[in-house]
Design a protein around this ligand. Sequence first.
Ligand code: C2E
Ligand code: MG
Ligand code: MG
Ligand code: MG
Length: 282
Amino acid sequence: QAKEAGRNGYRFFTTEMQSRYSRMLLLENGLRQAIERQQLSLVYQPQFTLAEYRLTGFEALLRWQHPELGMISPAEFIPIAEKNGFIMPLGEWVLATALRQQARWQQQGLPATLMGVNVSAVQFRHPRLGEQIRMLLAATEVPAQQLELELTESVMMDNPQRTVAVMEQLNLLGIHLALDDFGTGYSSLSYLKRLRLARLKIDQSFVRDLLIDEEDRTIIGTIISLARNLGLQTIAEGVESREQLEMLRTMGCDQAQGYHLGRPLSAEQATELLLGRRSFLS
Ligand code: C2E
Ligand code: MG
Ligand code: MG
Ligand code: MG
């Protein structure tokens, strides 16, 4: 009996391991062709000021429509791309696509907005990143001030000194830098001051229970006053209700994004929003 159950348990375990492994392989192999097979796309989540609900920009978020597995979350395939080195061409595709969209809006005479692009720590460590961005800005003729790179605190982990140097180099190009998921990782306050950031993005895990969890409220308040003292802007992520929005506004947060203000939009939908033909409050 026990042996039977054990064997079943073992079999179950290997089956699950195997299917997880084969999914990983499927994703890893598929990723290399995803660009040329046009399975990748970007969606654009709008960002607003809290003082007057003015649209200030979009965050570009990567989507992968896999032919057999359906829509795959970037949270699943970005780590794979980071491991197998594919993150560099992938990241370049994201930057190029986001900047081409900016250029199109510019040609249509639409109001200038900021484009936030997520950059992984592996990309950030790559010596070619600065040159890649400089070339793409030149090719698309998008003003550097309209591009914001979103970095996570993990970029600082391995080599804070070099991080500061790379950020200074990127800063010279004129682009903005934001620290994503702020509050969830490790940040040395002394380095924070030297990073030449424009914004801190308050992680959505603090926003989620903002109304019921006093600790989360305290953390958000602390981030906002820290940002003020360092002369940085704050933007809250994952705002899902009007009550959260009001609370953040009262607390002095500068900007917000989240499902309550707008889901990530297709390029066409984002264009409609910029044209003022679409209301943003869902
Ligand atoms: P992130 O940069 O922190 O992006 C915010 C995530 O929260 C997005 O998930 C977005 O769709 C989601 N979100 C937005 N509003 C709400 C809300 O009101 N409630 C909730 N629950 N979620 C909300 P997504 O698109 O699945 O992206 C997940 C992560 O994948 C991103 O986190 C980012 O770290 C990474 N990622 C996405 N696109 C790229 C990319 O082009 N390059 C790199 N390197 N990473 C990317
Ligand atoms: Mg982000
Ligand atoms: Mg985030
Ligand atoms: Mg996140």
